[in-house]
Ligand binder design. Structure first.
Ligand code: GDP
Ligand code: MG
Length: 669
């Protein structure tokens, strides 16, 4: 909090700067109730955050009584009084209603009532976000002053002071991606073993998920990502770890779903792709099929006059690997990989774990500077001092220069993949930054500052910031998919357009959600659902998934979104899912599904969708819902029940039933 020295009349503890009304031009203080209500009704109830009971601050009996008396008085904001003082009220990212009232020197009850009158239910201890608080402050006639979130980046940069010396290129960091079984692991193994000097017979066991090889005296760092989702997860933490993606496509199998996924991830990250057509040792394979198939995904290879470098290789026969490495070196010539080798290191966590005897350890790749034993560092919510550095073979090293993957011992807790590790000049500064990071995270969690991806996009549209809205489309059949993508690309105008960054057939998976998260976009499912793991991540990361079954409704919504007007009259809320474990037939009810409620709850008045292998095969209503022999209205998570549908009987074991309700949403003008 900045203290304003110019106004000594401010009580030292009060964060509000008091400006006597006489000093400032007198503002006309009338409460524009209708406008206020309109504004407030646009605030979603989600802005009200869960109560954070602070038991030390529990009100005394007398205070409770006073509060009750206050609330019994009729709500009339004290706005006409001639002694009204206009305050500059500092608003942080989140604030409790009580605190806000105190900063405005208004009564808590008045603030609560002001919110309540417009349908936002909140109690004094609850937190509201900065936007909501700003409206309240304005309506009470004060001047809001939004507090800038402290930029930790700046603070870290101050500590890390650049030396501007010893600037030279670091080794490129390469990620191998592609469809399962196309030979990623074989290629990484081949590159590594080919590189092992003749003396080391039998190869060496790789110790960590990254390693460096030498090619014509140029070091190249390879990263073994466990999946495409991991690639985007690291990116969504703000770390751009990869300089080049090697896309492995098996010549005998050509382009497959995960090939397309890999292309989308690489493109969204703006990382250049190098193509490796693998398994060329197999008889009768035609690499041109791969080249052709890639054309429809806008990957145009050099031999087709495009700019994607390509090599035909065999990972098992180790043919043409040199040419692939040449291509990598060629590709990075156009990238600026110059970094300061001399400064305090900055590294990115690739993976982390707890190991007995070692404690929390992390594999990191140095991006900038040189990491040394004994260095103090901060890394996400963790901090520590480098106790030991182990190279890819598990050998101890004293220092690690840029581009080098190393295992670091000495973390006080386990960092997350994608967290950035910064070396600090002292233990105090490392601790100080870590504390601030933790505090900010706590704040973000309670304040729910992160809006849903759709809200974020809409806000960017109305601010005029968004030019291209990233959308991922998944559909049940190729025909619909093509029609949707083609129509979506026509939606929009010169200012804003839809950018379909990935489209594919099949259920929405984790990779789709993490791609949407890192690109700050949304996922659209057409006649298709998200798999449970994807739902979990979407909920955690607040990625919007929108389901449609009618193309024009989808296009309509997207058009509205582009004009910043998307406010559907009805909002769908999924209340729970049940899994079909058994089926019985009944002469009266048709098929009865013996179900297990996997999450939420199911209700006999909700609408249902029957989902088989990710595809919606029926939409309708519940016929009967039973616990044992009894009809019931609801069944909760982890309970079994019998369900039949109205006028529908094709239910199979392993089908999933989605229960949803539709809510009316107030339409804005
Ligand atoms: P990943 O799932 O992409 O990591 O694929 P793997 O490296 O595990 O390889 C899958 C299968 O393809 C294994 O049985 C490999 O032996 C085989 N394979 C990989 N590269 C080649 C190759 O160049 N030629 C042939 N014939 N088989 C290969
Ligand atoms: Mg593999």
């Amino acid at each position: 909090m900045t203290k304003d020295n110019k106004t000594p009349s401010t009580p030292p503890k009060s964060p509000a700067t008091v400006t006597p009304a006489a000093a400032a031009p007198r503002k006309k203080l009338t409460l524009n109730t209708t406008a206020f209500q309109k504004k407030l009704s646009s605030i979603s109830v989600n802005n009200i955050l869960d109560e954070e009971p602070d038991y030390e601050k529990m009100p005394s009996l007398a205070k409770t009584k006073r509060n009750r008396e206050k609330q019994n008085k009729k709500f009339k904001p004290n706005l006409t009084s001639s002694q009204k003082i206009v305050r500059e009220v500092v608003i942080p990212v989140k604030i409790s209603i009580q605190e806000l009232a105190s900063r405005m020197s208004e009564k808590t009850g008045d603030v609560v009532k002001a919110l309540m009158k417009s349908g936002v239910m909140a109690t004094a201890n609850q937190y509201i976000d900065g936007d909501t608080a700003e409206l309240i402050v304005t309506e009470f006639g004060h001047t809001p002053k939004r507090e800038e979130a402290i930029s930790l980046k700046d603070e870290i940069a101050n500590y890390q002071k650049s030396t501007n010396s010893d600037i030279k290129a670091r080794p490129p960091i390469v990620t191998v991606m592609g469809h399962v079984d196309h030979g990623k692991t074989s290629l990484l193994d081949a590159l590594r073993n080919t590189n092992v000097t003749a003396g080391e017979s039998g190869g060496i066991t790789q110790h960590i998920g990254a390693y460096q090889i030498q090619h014509k005296n140029n070091p190249i760092t390879f990263l073994d990502t466990p999946g495409h989702a991991a690639f985007s997860n690291i990116r969504s933490r703000g770390a751009n770890l990869t300089d080049v993606v090697v896309l492995v496509v098996a010549a005998n199998d050509s382009v497959k779903p995960q090939t397309i996924e890999a292309i989308s991830h690489a493109k969204a990250a703006k990382v250049p792709i190098i193509l490796a057509i693998n398994k060329m040792d197999l008889p009768d394979v035609d690499p041109n099929i791969v080249r052709n198939d890639l054309l429809s995904h806008e990957v145009v290879v050099e031999s087709y006059s495009g700019d994607v470098l390509e090599t035909e290789i065999s990972a098992v026969k180790k043919t043409n690997l040199d040419k692939l490495l040449d291509n990598i070196l060629l590709q990075i010539e156009i990238l600026d990989l110059n970094v300061e080798h001399n400064k305090l290191a900055e590294a990115i966590v690739v993976e982390s774990k707890i190991e007995t005897g070692k404690g929390s350890v992390a594999t990191v790749i140095i991006k900038n500077g040189t990491l040394k034993e004994g260095d103090h560092f901060t890394c996400g919510s963790a901090f520590g001092r480098v106790r030991a550095l182990l190279d890819e073979e598990g050998k101890r090293v004293k220092t690690a220069p840029p581009g080098m993957p190393v295992e670091v011992l000495g973390f006080d807790s386990v960092p997350l993949a994608g967290d950035i590790m910064y070396v600090m000049p002292s233990e105090e500064s490392a601790k100080d930054i870590t504390e601030k990071v933790k505090e900010q995270k706590k704040l973000e969690n309670t304040a729910s500052v992160k809006k849903s991806s759709l809200e974020e996009m809409m806000a960017n549209v109305s601010k005029g910031e968004a030019k291209k809205l990233p959308i991922i489309v998944k559909a049940d059949v190729q025909g619909s998919l093509e029609a949707i993508v083609a129509s979506l690309e026509k939606v929009g105008n010169d200012e804003v357009k839809i950018n379909v960054i990935h489209n594919a057939i099949g259920a929405i998976n984790e990779s789709d959600v993490s791609l949407a998260n890192s690109a700050q976009g949304i996922v659209i499912g057409f006649n298709i659902r998200a798999i449970p793991q994807a739902r979990t991540i979407a909920k955690r990361d607040k990625v919007d998934i929108r389901y449609y079954s009618i193309i024009y409704e989808l296009l309509d919504d997207m058009k509205k979104m582009l004009s910043g007007l998307l406010t559907p009259d009805t909002k769908e809320e999924i209340i729970g899912h049940a899994e079909v474990r058994d089926t019985f037939s009944s002469s009266k009810l048709g098929t009865i599904a013996g179900c297990f409620v996997t999450n939420g709850f199911v209700s006999n008045s909700a609408k249902i969708r029957l989902v088989r292998q990710g595809k919606i095969i029926h939409e309708g209503e519940v016929g009967s819902l039973k616990r044992f022999k009894d009809d019931v209205r609801e069944v909760r998570e982890n309970y079994e029940c019998g369900i039949s549908f109205k006028d529908y009987s094709d239910i199979l074991v392993k089908d999933e039933i989605e229960f949803y309700i539709t809510k009316e949403v107030k339409k804005e003008l």
